[in-house]
Design a protein around this ligand. Structure first.
Ligand code: V47
Length: 417
């Protein structure tokens, strides 16, 4: 049951307030936050165990405001999922389809479908189709395209290079954020001759790639790995890709998929591993993580459909704890597709400073009742700004590297925020 902070204090026999007004149970952590000291694993565990959501929010907001004041970021972007064919069978995933060769059937007038699907809903987009979608987004003002897909058993490495080249040529200023660490490893394996991870990243960058999204991290823990995504590479490989990217000067994001079979302790460990990696990148590499995107597990349609998924309070707590534990990663993003627009809005006062963007189409997760082939899940700029303003924040359109985007006369320019 959720209790107001004062009710908690009364229930716990605590009638007074500390000088700072924090719940006595978290006072030492509050002191650390106020003096910008790094929180420990034990602190993280205690934050999860506390039901004082108000203090937690206040603390996370303190850190958020230290980084960003009242600014809240959004972007005008487009997600493109080029295929859902995947050689993996991750239990949390409802997106993948086993590969079957498609029978593309023409309609009565001889026309071919825009997206050819097999009988299970499996699809792959041609390079031309991806470039066409990116171009459409670019013409409508998108500054970023976010491209990820399943591990397709047949597409050659040249497909991925052509995809980047095609978008770069058609959309010269569009930021290409593409391919999770898992896809990068897949590419290193399928390239002929075989390539190292650095070579894959270098070739993709030459073809137009700008940064890496944070997907595929799930939870860095062997137990959780074996239980939910056993056949996928694990934490060592995920970090290897992001290390190589940061060494090459390619910025990236990181994620944590929470609310399935993992424990709070496993979440805290995951965050500490990200924090340690970021320390190293700041110390000795040319690039680092820009943001962390905690992904709220959506059970619908997955092999873990019997699980309830996180509650709203778990979402809020997790976002706040990410802000508090990750003192060296500038941005915490609530991807509204996962947390819902309403909760993403509330989280702007619980440590979050970024609610991602217009998105438009998103296939990887669909809540029940959203079963169409090309799921439209979009927010307009006006909707994003309204959410932000109502939360008492100042909206700032960012590009993928968090520089300010200014729009005038149908075009846009970028400057340091
Ligand atoms: O890698 C899969 C996760 C990720 C489910 O970097 C699920 O800016 C919840 O990484 N419920 C893809 N999550 C999304 C992603 C992302 C999204 C937005 C912004 C950024 C960024 C990255 O989604 C996958 C996987 O970890 N996922 N299935 C599910 N049922």
């Amino acid at each position: 049951m959720v209790l107001h902070a004062r009710a908690h204090r009364e229930r716990d026999g605590y009638s007074g307030m500390t000088v700072t007004g924090f719940d006595s149970g978290l006072a030492d952590i509050a002191g650390k936050v106020e003096s910008s000291q790094r929180l420990t694993y034990e602190d993280g565990i205690r934050l999860y165990a506390s039901s004082d959501i108000h203090t937690l929010g206040e603390l996370a907001n303190t850190v958020r405001e230290r980084f960003h004041g009242r600014t809240a970021y959004y972007n005008v972007n487009r997600h493109i999922n080029y295929t859902n064919y995947c050689v993996l069978r991750c239990k949390f995933c409802s997106f993948y389809r086993p590969y079957v060769k498609r029978q593309v059937e023409a309609g009565p007038d001889g026309s071919l479908p825009v997206v050819a699907q097999d009988h299970t809903g499996g699809y792959e987009l041609s390079v031309e189709q991806v470039v066409e979608r990116a171009s459409e987004a670019y013409a409508q003002g998108s500054t970023e395209v976010h491209i990820v897909g399943g591990l397709h058993p047949k597409l050659p490495f040249s497909y991925y290079l052509d995809l980047c080249r095609g978008i770069r040529e058609a959309c010269p200023r569009m930021h290409i954020k593409a391919f999770t660490a898992i896809e990068i490893i897949h590419l290193a394996r399928i390239a002929r001759p075989r390539l190292t991870i650095s070579e894959v990243l270098t070739q993709l960058r030459e073809a137009g790639l700008d940064s890496l999204p944070g997907g595929g991290a799930e939870i860095f823990d062997d137990r959780v790995h074996d239980e939910t995504f056993k056949n996928k590479v694990g934490e060592a490989e995920w970090f290897e890709v992001h290390r190589a990217a940061h060494e090459l000067g390619i910025f990236s994001n990181a994620t944590m998929l929470y609310g399935h079979v993992e424990t709070p302790a496993e979440r805290i460990n995951h965050l500490i591993k990200l924090r340690e990696h970021q320390d190293e990148s700041i110390r000795s590499r040319q690039a680092r993580f820009n943001c962390v995107v905690p992904l709220s597990f959506i059970p619908d349609g997955s092999a873990l459909e019997h699980l309830p998924g996180p509650t709203g309070l778990d979402d809020l707590k997790t976002l706040a704890i990410c802000r508090l534990m990750l003192d060296n990663i500038p941005h915490i993003k609530a991807f509204w597709i996962m947390q819902s627009p309403k909760l993403a809005q509330v989280s702007l006062n619980w440590g979050v400073d970024d609610i991602d963007g217009t998105v438009v189409y998103y296939d990887i997760t669909k809540r029940e009742g959203q079963a169409d082939d090309r799921t439209q899940q979009s927010l307009t700029v006006d909707q994003l700004k309204r959410m932000i303003c109502e939360a008492g924040c100042t909206p700032l359109e960012r590009d993928s590297l968090y520089r300010q985007v200014t729009r005038a006369d149908g075009g846009w320019t970028v400057s340091d925020a």
